[in-house]
Every structure is written in C-alpha cells, then in structure tokens.
Design a binder for this molecule. Structure first.
Ligand SMILES: Nc1ncnc2c1ncn2[C@@H]1O[C@H](COP(=O)(O)OP(=O)(O)O)[C@@H](O)[C@H]1O
Ligand SMILES: [Mg+2]
Length: 257
C-alpha cells in the first residue's frame, strides 16, 4: 500500500549545451512507494536525480514536496527538507571511520563548558551510527573502524544505510547495487524494503532489471530525456521492460498532468 504523493516533478527540462538531457519529464512519488527509474545509458536518469536532489537546477519545470512548490539552490536545502540522495559513484571518506561517515556534514555537537562552542561527541556518534545502521538492516562490524578497512559491499551498505537513516521523506538511490555481489545486492534490496516500510518515497535506479522487477511498485522508463512509460511493476515482465527501454516496444508519450 502506498500513501499520498510525497514528491512530484512536473515538466522538467535540462540542457547541457546542445544536449537535451531532460525533455519535459514528469514524475510522482508516493509515501511508502518504491519507484524504479530505468533507461539506457544517456537516457537522463542521473540528470533527473540531480535535479530532484538539488545538485543541478532545471532549465524549466516545477517541483512539489508534500504539495508545496519547492526549488533547491543546493543539495543541502533538499537534504534539510527531507530529500536524501545516494549519487551514482558517490564515495565515502575512506580515511574516516564508519560513524564519522554516517555523520559527515552533520556531526553531533554537545554543549561545551563555554556553552556555545560545541565539540563532536565521538562516543555518541559511534553509538548512534551503529543503532541507525542496525535499524535499517545493516550489520556493520564496528562503527569506529576506518571505512578503508571495509569491503566494497560493506562500504556500499554504509553509504546506503547512512542515506536511509537520515532520509525524512524521500530517498533517491542511483545505481546502488552496481559492483555488488548477489548476496550484497540482496541486502541492499532489503534496505530498500525497510525504507519503504518506514513510509519513505524511494526512487531506485538500476540496470539490473530483475532487481527492479523484484523491489519496485512502479516503473518509469526514460528514453532520450523523455518519460515514455510509467506503469505498475505488475504490468511488466523482463521482456516487455527491455523492449520499452530500448524502444522495440512502442509506447505512447506520457503527458504530465
Ligand atoms: N555534466 C554534463 N555535461 C554535459 N553533458 C552531460 C552532463 N551530464 C549528463 N550529460 C549528458 O546528458 C545526457 C543524459 O545523461 P545522464 O543523465 O547521465 O543519463 P543516465 O544517467 O541515464 O545514463 C547524456 O547525453 C549525457 O552525455
Ligand atoms: Mg546515470
């Protein structure tokens, strides 16, 4: 079951020089819904993510968070409003510990003796990082370990766990299962299910179509910057999904309402 529309983008366009990366894309995400965003390389998926997350400004279009029109001047603004994003190839800071990464940019400060001058509460961060990661289904060996000592899969688990733990309304995951083994990818899919159960709206981007078919409620297909199909996952199978992505299956243009 999914709830109200939590995030919406209407008629978004974005050009990079002569390249039209987004051409009138419209999309709605409901609370407690996992939306799969798929399309060939260059279709505009990452551009749409960057617009939704405040990393890039669109040339045209509107965005609404819980019905209220929003525009982001920076990713931080989107983040503070509850839109959390795990970018494709986003890295953790390898020299920092797990808990420092979880809290990177939003470190907990406790009031020092001088009142105003806070300092980082290391113990509290370690404890909370561990608790937050566990709450979204991630078993991390020790939150005081440097990230450089973790395996690729563990690092990705920390990155996605960090995003899910902090997300208040929407979480956008751009190819989070890339380069992961089957078991680790399965864990990421479980984290996505936990995020959904938390009532978050989830956008999941992946080229691994079985994962998309397994974990999403709805699939949106982008081709050359346009959304060519937006339908419940139950209406697709592996073959029709591939056909829709590559264009061998005809689609009607989806109008933004
Ligand atoms: N920063 C950029 N500068 C110039 N062109 C870009 C930039 N980012 C993306 N593009 C172009 O925009 C189109 C959409 O890219 P992208 O959103 O990354 O697609 P996807 O994530 O679906 O592979 C592509 O043609 C790509 O080359
Ligand atoms: Mg991309």
């Amino acid at each position: 079951m999914t709830g109200e529309v939590i995030y919406e983008i209407k008629n978004a366009s974005k050009r990079y020089g002569s390249v039209i990366a987004l051409d009138g894309a419209s999309l709605k995400i409901h609370a407690g819904e996992v939306v799969g965003l798929v399309g060939d390389n260059g279709a505009g998926k990452s551009t749409l993510v960057k617009v939704l997350s405040g990393a890039h400004q669109p040339d045209g279009g509107q965005m609404f968070l819980e019905g209220k029109e929003v525009s982001w001047e920076s990713p931080r603004q989107a983040l503070e409003a509850g839109v959390e994003t795990l970018y494709q190839d986003s890295g953790l800071a390898p020299h920092l510990t797990v808990s420092q990464n979880v809290f990177l940019g939003r470190e907990i400060t406790v009031k020092g003796i001088l009142g105003k001058l806070g300092f980082l509460s290391k113990k509290k961060m370690e404890h909370e990082a561990h608790r937050d990661l566990e709450a979204v289904g991630i078993a991390v060996p020790a939150s005081n370990r440097a990230v450089s000592q973790l395996s690729g899969g563990q690092r990705q688990a920390v990155a996605i766990g960090r995003a899910v733990a902090w997300a208040k309304k929407v979480i956008i995951l751009d190819e989070p299962t890339n380069h992961l083994g089957a078991r680790q990818a399965g864990e990421v899919l479980n984290i996505i299910r936990n995020a959904k159960a938390k009532g978050l709206g989830v956008i999941f981007i992946s080229h691994t179509l079985p994962h998309v078919l397994e974990v999403t409620d709805r699939i949106v297909v982008l081709r050359l910057g346009r959304i060519v199909k937006d339908a419940p996952t139950s209406e697709f199978n592996g073959d029709t999904l591939i056909g829709t992505i590559t264009g061998t299956i005809q689609t009607i243009k989806v109008e933004g309402d």
